[in-house]
Design a protein around this ligand. Structure first.
Ligand SMILES: Cc1cc2nc3c(=O)[nH]c(=O)nc-3n(C[C@H](O)[C@H](O)[C@H](O)COP(=O)(O)O)c2cc1C
Length: 356
C-alpha cells in the first residue's frame, strides 16, 4: 500500500492496529517527531501503563439496552466525550492536514483542538468544521502576535481557547536530536508566519518564559471565549486555574516535556476533588482504549483527548482514518459502560475504579 491509498478501515480492530499501520507508512523523520518523548521517555511509557493498573468494578442486573454517550462541554452538546488534543504539523501525516482531522471530529460530534503549529490555517479549519473546534495557543513575548492569533481564532469561530502552560521551553527530546524532523518547504506553518527550516527552534524563540498567573488577565481581557489551561498536573494549580476563571486540562504533554512527571490519570482524583465542579476538567495522555476513557470519566474528567492516536488515524486514511479512530473508541466506551452496568455519563463515578 502506498501512503494515501484508501485502506479497508474495517480491518483495523483497534487503535494499536492503526498505529502499526501508520508507523509502517510514515517517514522515520516524522515518526521521530510524533513519537518522541523527553529524556528516557519514562513518562511516555507511564502514560500508557497508567490505565492498566486501574481495575474496573462492574455492576450487574441493570437494564443496559440503551447507552447514551452524549455530553456537553462548555455549553456545547457533543455526541461523545472524546476529543482531539492539539498536535503540530498534521501535514506530515496527510496532505489534508488539520482540515481532515477537524472534519472527522465534526462528523462524529466530537471537538478538535487546533494547534498553533498547524499546517492548515485557522480560517480553513473554521470553514471545515464550524462550531466543532477549539484553538490552542501559547503566549509570545510579542503580545501583539498572540493578540492577532486570538482575534483570528475568534473571528473564524473557535469555541474555546486552550492556553498551553507546560511548554515555555521544549522538553529534551533526544530522539529528535538524533533524527531531526524534516519539514518540506511546501508545508507552511501559517500561524507563525510561513515556512521555516527549523520550525520548533524558531517557535521556541518566540515564547514568553516569564509567563505567570497574573498574565491571564491580559488574555481574559482580550476575549470572551472560555479559556482552558492545558498542562495542569497538581490540585494546587487546578484550583488556581478555577480561581482565575479558567478550565483545567490535566496533561503531561504526552511525556514530551518533563520526563518522570506524574501521569494525568494518577492525579485526576485529587484534582477533581480540589476543583469540586468549579470548572470543567479534561485529560489526555496514553488513551488508546474505551476502558481508558471510561476510567478517566469515572475519576472526574468531563472529556478525554487523543494526541498521537489521532495522528496515526490521519496517516492511515486522512479524515476517514481519524473518524475510524474516534468511532472505535466510542464503540469500545459504549460496550465498556454497558458491561459496567452504566447507561449514561452522569452515572460514572469513582466507585467504578479500584486503584492498586
Ligand atoms: C506530535 C505532537 C505534537 C504536539 N503538539 C502540541 C502543540 O502544538 N500544542 C500542545 O499544547 N500540545 C501538543 N502536543 C501534546 C498533545 O496535545 C497531548 O497533550 C499529548 O499528545 C497527549 O498524549 P498522547 O499522545 O499519548 O495522547 C503534541 C503532541 C504530539 C504527539
Amino acid at each position: 500500500m502506498t501512503l494515501h491509498d484508501a485502506p479497508d478501515l474495517k480491518s483495523f480492530l483497534n487503535l494499536a492496529e492503526l498505529e502499526d499501520a501508520a508507523r509502517a507508512q510514515l517517514a522515520p523523520t516524522t515518526l521521530s517527531y510524533y513519537d518522541g518523548g523527553a529524556n528516557d521517555e519514562l513518562t511516555v511509557q507511564a502514560n500508557r501503563g497508567s490505565y492498566a493498573r486501574l481495575a474496573l468494578l462492574p455492576r450487574v442486573l441493570v437494564d443496559i439496552s440503551e447507552i447514551d454517550l452524549t455530553t456537553s462541554l462548555l455549553g456545547t452538546p457533543l455526541k461523545l466525550p472524546i476529543g482531539i488534543a492539539p498536535s503540530a504539523l498534521h501535514g506530515l501525516a496527510h496532505p489534508d492536514a488539520e482540515c481532515a482531522t477537524a472534519r472527522a471530529a465534526a462528523s462524529l460530534g466530537s471537538v478538535m483542538t487546533l494547534s498553533t503549529l498547524s499546517n492548515s490555517t485557522i480560517e480553513q479549519v473554521g470553514e471545515a468544521a464550524p462550531g466543532s473546534w477549539w484553538f490552542q495557543l501559547y503566549l509570545y513575548r510579542d503580545r501583539e502576535v498572540s493578540r492577532a492569533l486570538v482575534q483570528r481564532a475568534e473571528a473564524a469561530g473557535a469555541s474555546a481557547l486552550v492556553l498551553t502552560v507546560d511548554a515555555a521551553y521544549l522538553g529534551r527530546r533526544e530522539r529528535l536530536k538524533r533524527l531531526p524532523m524534516v519539514v518540506p518547504d511546501t508545508l507552511a506553518l501559517p500561524n507563525i508566519g510561513g515556512a521555516h527550516p527549523h520550525p520548533l527552534d524558531y517557535f521556541v524563540s518566540l515564547l514568553d518564559t516569564t509567563l505567570s498567573w497574573k498574565d491571564l488577565a491580559w488574555l481574559r481581557g482580550l476575549t470572551r471565549l472560555p479559556i482552558i489551561l492545558k498542562g495542569i498536573l497538581t490540585p494546587e494549580d487546578a484550583v488556581l486555574a478555577a480561581e482565575h476563571g479558567c478550565h483545567v486540562w490535566v496533561s503531561n504533554h504526552g511525556g514530551r516535556q518533563l520526563d518522570t512527571a506524574v501521569t494525568a490519570i494518577e492525579m485526576l482524583p485529587e484534582i477533581s476533588a480540589a476543583v469540586n465542579r468549579r470548572c470543567e476538567i479534561y485529560l489526555d495522555g496514553g488513551v488508546t482504549r474505551g476502558t481508558d476513557v471510561l476510567k478517566a470519566l469515572a475519576l472526574g474528567a468531563d472529556a478525554v483527548f487523543l494526541g498521537r492516536a489521532a495522528l496515526w488515524g490521519l496517516a492511515v486514511a486522512g479524515e476517514a482514518g481519524v473518524a475510524h479512530t474516534l468511532q472505535l473508541l466510542a464503540d469500545e466506551l459504549r460496550l465498556a459502560m454497558a458491561l459496567c452496568g452504566k447507561t449514561c455519563l452522569a452515572q460514572l463515578g469513582p466507585e467504578l475504579v479500584r486503584s492498586p
